[in-house]
Every structure is written in C-alpha cells, then in structure tokens.
Design a protein around this ligand. Structure first.
Ligand code: ADP
Length: 303
C-alpha cells in the first residue's frame, strides 16, 4: 500500500512516543526510510498547520550528526514524517554485553552527540528529549540525533501510558522543578547523563518518579546550595530537600580519566546559567587529548 503515492509501507519498526514508526521504501529514490506517523486526528482542525510549518524548519537542519527529515506531509488525519532509515541506536550499543567500549569509543560517541546538538542550538532549536535511543547509528557508524524539536512542537507526551517512562532519567533539575524558561542547557544535562551512561554501561540516575529523580541527582552531586544556584528557590515546583553532601565525583566514575571527569562535572552544573554550553564542551581538552576519538566506521556495533 502506497502512502502519498510515493512510499511503499513495510513492517512496523516500533511504537514511539507520538505514534507508530514504519519501515518503507521511497519509490522515487529507492531509498529505505522510516516513517513516523503522528496521531493528530483528535485535534479540531485535523491537520495542525503550525506544527507542519515548524516541521518544515526542521528540514533545514542538515548535518552529518542529525537525522535527515526527508519529507513531511499530512495523510488521513495523521502527520507523516519521513526520515532516513537507521540500523541501530546508542541504547542497543550500551546494553550489548558483547561490546567493549574503549575510552576512545566513548569519546567518539559523545563528540558526535555534541556536534549534532551544536548545530541545532545555533539555530535555536532544542531537543528536550535526549536519551540513548534517540541517538541513531547509521551503516558507517555515524551517530545522528533523532526527534529534534518534536518535544517542543508536539508538547511533552504523557508518558504514563507508554513504555518510555525512562526519559525522566535525562531530565535537567530545572525541568524537574517546573521551569518554564528552559534553554539549551537542558540538552547539555541530558548529554551528560548519556556520557555517564557510556562510562557506567547503565543509566546513571534512575529515578522512579520526578521527586525521586531529584533525590537521585542530589545524592550524586549534593543538594544544590543557594550560592551554587541562586534562582532555584524561585522555580514553580521548588521544594526544599534535606541537605545531602556531595560524594567525590571520582568515587562514582572510578574508570574515567581526569579530563573526562572534568568535562562531566561541567556538564552536570546545577545552575543552567553556569552549565557549560555545547560549543564550550566541544572545545574542552577531553576531545583534543589522547586517546583521540575513534573514527566512526571503526566503532563497535551490535552484531
Ligand atoms: P520514542 O518516541 O519512544 O523515542 P520513536 O518514535 O523515535 O520512539 O521510535 C520508535 C521505534 O522506531 C524505535 O524503537 C526505533 O527503533 C524505530 N525508529 C525510529 N526512527 C527510526 C529510523 N530513522 N530508522 C530506523 N528505525 C527507527
């Protein structure tokens, strides 16, 4: 069955936050693609033209480390987003016990993540839903960010009814305190969680609720003080937590190099105003010191 007279539908790849994802063939180019069908049928006007216009902007975000949005169109009350097809994702790499990740491999995966992020942040597009299964990996080992800007366009999905309750683990403290004026720093925090997960080979801060998530964050880095984060007490959902001192970061990441630990600490800065930017992170000496990042096509991937 052809969609929009162009795409030949194949099997379902998975159920995502916004709807079903299909594998398909682009009959115009022969390219294998992934089509994300976003349910918007319940909305009054059927097709949300504001969303469609914003989606068109995402098409301009072209970069080797960002998944290409090939096409976007409404079809039978659903919005269809056509992306290049990707073989696997970073979550599968991290979880695969047969894969050994060297310090150079970890550096390469983090660098590609940040390179994709910097392009978006330069155009004032935030991701807001960074997690390892949104970092897709192509046939040549290139890591590409997926789902850019969707969280902002379609809103934070209600995750209580999906299997994807885990995105909380990557949420910055200002989001957990209900800030409405978040910025690119939320993506830096999430990238730090992914960096930590690459080092530990398991999700770093596994909160079971938003309150528990903050508890996990504070247990790892100490309860933020007013001098560390002056604006914290003004956030909408701010509640005072019992003071916990920070253990040495080194004790949580015994295998990390000093450079890795220094960058990690700067990405995990509490005050979003003082948190390192993606651009600054890419300029950190972690990326220029030995070992240099592994070239993408030499990176280990699931069999
Ligand atoms: P979520 O919203 O939960 O992050 P997605 O909607 O991004 O999930 O994707 C759902 C499933 O579809 C994922 O498990 C992923 O394996 C698959 N998928 C998404 N995008 C692509 C793509 N470009 N290429 C191949 N598979 C994809």
């Amino acid at each position: 069955k052809k969609v929009a007279d162009r795409y030949l539908k194949r099997e379902v790849l998975g159920e995502g936050t916004y709807g079903v994802v299909y594998k398909a063939i682009d009959t115009k180019t022969g390219q294998v693609v992934a089509i994300k069908k976003i349910r918007i049928g319940k909305q009054k006007e059927g097709v949300n033209f504001t969303a469609l216009r914003e989606i068109k902007l995402l098409k301009e975000l072209k970069d080797p480390n960002i998944i290409e949005l090939i096409d976007a169109f409404p079809h039978k009350g659903n919005l269809h987003l056509v992306f290049e097809f990707m073989e696997t994702d970073l979550e599968a790499v991290i979880r695969d016990r047969n894969i050994f990740l060297s310090p150079a491999d970890i550096k390469s995966y983090l660098q590609m993540t940040l390179k994709g992020l910097v392009v978006c942040h330069k155009k004032w597009v935030l991701h807001r839903d960074m997690k390892p299964n949104n970092l897709l990996i192509g046939p040549n080992g290139q890591l590409k960010l997926a789902d850019f800007g969707l969280a902002r366009i379609f809103g934070s999905p209600d995750r209580r009814f999906t299997h994807q309750v885990f995105a909380r683990w990557y949420r910055a403290p200002e989001l957990l305190f209900g800030t409405k004026q978040y910025g690119p720093a939320v993506d830096v925090w999430a990238a730090a969680c992914i960096f930590a997960e690459l080092l530990l080979r398991r999700p770093f801060l596994q909160g079971s609720s938003d309150i528990d998530q903050l508890g996990k964050i504070f247990a790892a880095f100490g309860t933020p003080t007013a001098s560390q984060w002056p604006d914290m007490v003004y956030l909408p959902d701010y509640v005072e937590y019992q003071y916990v001192p920070a253990p040495p970061l080194r004790s949580l990441f015994p295998m990390a190099s000093d450079d890795a630990l220094d960058l990690l600490a700067k990405m995990f800065t509490y005050d979003p105003k003082n948190r390192i930017s993606v651009q600054q992170a890419l300029e950190h000496r972690y990326f220029s010191s030995a070992p240099l990042p592994t070239v993408p096509d030499k990176l280990p991937r699931p069999a």
